[in-house]
Design a protein around this ligand. Structure first.
Ligand code: NAG
Ligand code: NAG
Ligand code: NAG
Ligand code: NAG
Ligand code: NAG
Length: 195
């Protein structure tokens, strides 16, 4: 009888929607399913711990990432577009995966570390990057949609708050996305541009 009562109490407390602890909110993905990455995602929102970088980030009108489907388990590549001051900027990246962590090829993990973070949004990708030398963090939410549900945005805001980062910049979903890049437009990305 006692156990039944405890069980009932526990299930009742779950339905009160207590705040999710930060530890749970920032949990790295247990395992990255590569099929989840296929295709093109639009940037929904992002936060950067350094206000100078956050201001710069806010100037972009839109951004996308497109993971390449021709992937091995450990090495994947993606291209990004950024619409900034009416100009499309194209970059491409090769990354190596280890679990849900990844490193940019040619970049030491002690300089820039990154991982995919758990999100309850089914068509989203949440990337966290830490520039170790200056302890600068970036958290970016991407989705197959241009806009996410309010509860998905609330979750992202809570994740940003857990990291003590400034309130995220939310992209305007009505701004157009850059067209797909052609090989000629894609430049190899230097260290500086990863910000
Ligand atoms: C933010 O970045 C700028 C430019 O790199 C740097 O000068 C400044 O010290 C950084 N601020 C903090 C709080 O780290
Ligand atoms: C994404 O990239 C792949 C591989 O480069 C390309 O075939 C595909 O057309 C791109 N898709 C979009 C929507 O940009
Ligand atoms: C896909 O990857 C395989 C193995 O790395 C490579 O042989 C092939 O050329 C790649 N195909 C394309 C279209 O990039
Ligand atoms: C994967 O990336 C690592 C690190 O850059 C590199 O050493 C390795 O050759 C790559 N493997 C493949 C199959 O491209
Ligand atoms: C990514 O890897 C491919 C194949 O190894 C290479 O041709 C390309 O230059 C690399 N791109 C970047 C941005 O490192």
């Amino acid at each position: 009888m006692f156990f039944v009562a405890v069980a009932l109490l526990c299930s009742a407390s779950v339905s009160w929607s207590a705040p999710v602890p930060c530890e749970e909110l920032l949990r790295p993905l247990d395992r990255l399913h590569l099929h989840r990455l296929e295709g093109r995602f639009a940037l929904i929102a992002g936060s950067l711990s350094n206000l100078t970088y956050l201001e710069k980030f806010k100037q972009r009108d839109s951004a996308t990432i497109n993971f390449s489907s021709n992937t091995s388990d450990a090495n994947i590549s993606y291209t990004s577009t950024i619409l900034l001051h009416d100009e499309c900027l194209y970059h491409s990246y090769n990354i190596s995966l280890q679990g849900s962590s990844f490193t940019f090829d040619g970049t030491d993990k002690s300089i820039l570390s990154a991982n995919y973070v758990h999100t309850s949004c089914p068509d989203c990708v949440l990337m966290r990057m830490i520039v170790e030398s200056v302890k600068r963090q970036h958290l970016y939410l991407f989705s197959k949609r241009r806009e996410v549900e309010q509860k998905e945005m609330e979750e992202f805001k809570a994740q940003v708050a857990c990291l003590n980062m400034p309130a995220p910049a939310v992209m305007d979903p009505t701004k157009e996305l850059c067209p797909e890049e052609t090989a000629a437009q894609t430049e190899e990305t230097t260290e500086e541009q990863k910000d």
